[in-house]
Ligand binder design. Structure first.
Ligand code: SF4
Length: 146
């Protein structure tokens, strides 16, 4: 059983109200059970919603040293932290050990995220949910890793 960003499976949960359907991820369903989650929806954010980026990285947000800010400057940190915690509950309920998460997302991004300036610049780091799952021993891959 593998946790999966719901948008990669075609669920229309991304900030634009669309999906990020990925055919390679979909193909994994032939031999695996993928559990779809959208941490931002689980955290209570609407769809569509305003684009958001992390000031810092996911670990800093979890430790209260970073923030998640929307393009217009609204602090949405609490929703991202809640979404990460709710996702971790699902991980524990099912004993899930690995996840395939959408690259660059402020929630699901693993290894690279946007730098918080809304200028499409990438920096090393993990999204808030990816960071919490990694801290709890989950192996997090991106759609680019498969
Ligand atoms: S939070 Fe994750 S699952 Fe939800 S839309 Fe963003 S990348 Fe996809």
């Amino acid at each position: 059983m593998i946790l999966c960003s719901a948008c990669l499976l075609g669920i229309e949960c991304n900030y634009r109200g669309g999906s990020n359907l990925n055919s390679r991820v979909l193909k994994l369903l032939d031999k695996n059970i993928l559990i779809p989650v959208c941490p931002e929806q689980l955290g209570g954010l609407p769809t569509p919603r305003e684009n958001a980026e992390i000031i810092g990285d996911g670990y800093m947000v979890l430790d209260g040293r970073g923030k998640v800010i929307t393009f217009s400057g609204k602090d949405v940190t609490q929703y991202f932290v809640k979404g990460a915690k709710e996702t971790l509950k699902i991980v524990k309920l099912y004993g899930i050990g690995s996840a395939i998460f959408k690259q660059y997302s402020p929630s699901c991004g693993s290894g690279k995220i946007y730098d918080g300036t809304f200028s499409k610049r990438l920096v090393s780091g993990d999204g808030v949910t990816a960071a919490l799952l990694k801290r709890n021993g989950v192996k997090v891959f991106s759609e680019e890793d498969i």
